[in-house]
Design a protein around this ligand. Structure first.
Ligand code: GLN
Length: 447
């Protein structure tokens, strides 16, 4: 449901009625897209809205928030057993901004555990199903956020994107999803997976809705040292020079759809030679950062714990062995290995060098083009359980991770359906040029 449709519904029936209907829909849903539904609070807020007590650009609008973004007094689990009982005492910066604009936080969405995955299958709370085919995945890691949008279980949603986690599920569920420029949106209150790569971003059913949500969440926050201190206001940009990235590809039926969509646009093809290093560099950097980030989960101050205290080291081992899922443990081990003495230069340092090469490739490309386009995902949504080994799953991120390594903004634009399943186009821009991506999406929509 688009925001305009929601507003009409509220105008006709009142917010309380509209929210109650949505909550009923969520209760009956087969998608497993929410980990926590904020029923009472949502109803209370809706009532306040009907009494004209709530003002703001998102007044009375139900927004779903990914469960790795902290919400004061609402359980925030990262879809992990480790945090399954964690109730934060503070709001993330983006949540403060949503509340200041009158939004209703309707629930916390399911995801891959700590954001580690491409299918939402690593969630401790079970897989999220694709609204267009319940036997398929909704993508990941923000699979809950995209599924609730496609199934009218929320009007707007927040996701986070470390290596594609907004764009992949947006593509698999046929919605818009933007990974903003690194530093545009504060990460204060985002439970970290890999800090140098990730951003919180908006997801929506229309480009207009996405603009509004981005304008609300972007801005200065001194509590995130990587925040650029800039706000965002959309400005239409004309005469975009379009580059098609030749070495960001997909299966044939997706490529056909992709070029169909570009029909009528002028574009040139470009190859970014260093992209071949992107997947390896990404996974080494992401796992290394994860291994250090996740060291904080010791079962002492908060989160999952075990009763028996034998020795400290036994205690930590048990907490971490039982509290983390398989994929998370795999990444902690691989990341620790890559950072260990003797291997640091061979893996981590090398990955950083590859990262620099990729940044240079993009810099050269943006001297010539305003936007770069590619298919978002190399395949259609997979069947649940289809990706058997981790490496096959990692490879699915081939078109999305280069953007995070470079810190650039990128948007998924829905391109309709193939055999009933959604397809998406990725459009990438230069730093802080989100307006160009959005302008391109509008032109594509208007075609
Ligand atoms: N699939 C990628 C990974 O597992 C990206 C996940 C994300 O963006 N959080 O690392």
């Amino acid at each position: 449901m688009k925001l305009a449709e929601w507003r009409k519904l509220v105008e006709e029936n009142g917010c309380l009625e509209a929210i109650s209907k949505m909550l009923e829909r969520i209760e009956k849903s087969k998608l497993n897209a929410y980990i926590t539904v904020c029923k009472d609070k949502s109803l209370q807020k809706a009532e306040e809205y009907d009494k004209s007590k709530i003002k703001g650009r998102l007044a009375g609008v139900p927004v779903a928030v990914k469960d790795n973004i902290t919400t004061k007094g609402i359980r925030t689990t990262c879809a992990s057993k480790m945090l399954s009982n964690y109730v934060p005492v503070f709001d993330a910066h983006v949540v403060e901004r949503l509340k200041a604009e009158g939004a209703i936080i309707i629930g916390k969405t399911n995801m891959d555990e700590f954001g580690m995955g491409t299918t939402t299958e690593t969630s401790y709370f079970g897989v999220v199903r694709n609204p267009y085919d319940l036997n398929r995945v909704a993508g990941g890691s923000s699979g809950g956020s995209s599924a609730v949008l496609a199934n009218d279980e929320a009007v707007l949603a927040l996701g986070s994107d470390t290596g594609g986690s907004i764009r992949c599920p947006a593509s698999f569920c046929g919605v818009y999803g933007l990974k903003p420029t690194y530093g545009l949106v504060s990460r204060f209150g985002l439970i970290p997976y890999a800090n140098s790569l990730e951003q919180i971003g908006p997801m929506a059913n229309s480009i207009e809705d996405l603009i509004l949500l981005l304008e609300v969440i972007a801005g200065k926050d001194e509590r995130d040292s990587t925040n650029a201190g800039r706000s965002f206001e959309f400005r239409e940009v004309e005469n975009l020079r379009i580059g098609v990235v030749k070495n960001m590809s997909a299966e044939e039926q997706i490529m056909d759809r992709f070029f169909d969509a570009l029909n009528g646009f002028e574009y040139e093809e470009i190859e970014l030679p260093s992209l071949k290093y992107a997947l390896s560099a990404y996974y080494i950097i992401a796992m290394s950062e994860a291994s250090s980030n996740l060291a904080r989960y010791d079962g002492v101050r908060y989160g999952f714990s075990v009763p028996e205290l034998t020795s400290w080291s036994d205690y930590f081992s048990r907490v971490r062995a039982e509290g983390f899922g398989e994929e998370v443990k795999r990444r902690i081990m691989l990341g620790s290995y890559a950072l260990s003495a003797g291997y640091y230069g061979k893996y981590y340092l090398k990955a950083l060098k590859a990262r620099t090469l990729i940044i240079e490739d993009f810099r050269n490309a943006f001297a010539k083009f305003d936007v770069l386009v590619s298919p978002t995902m190399p395949t259609l949504p997979f069947r649940i359980g289809e990706l058997k080994d981790p490496l096959t799953m990692y490879k699915m991120d081939v078109n999305t991770v280069p953007v995070n390594l470079a810190g650039l903004p990128a948007l998924n634009i829905p391109l309709g359906f193939i055999k009933g399943l959604p397809v998406g186009m990725q459009v990438i821009g230069n730093y802080f040029e989100e307006s160009k991506l959005i302008s391109f999406a509008k032109k594509l929509e208007a075609k």
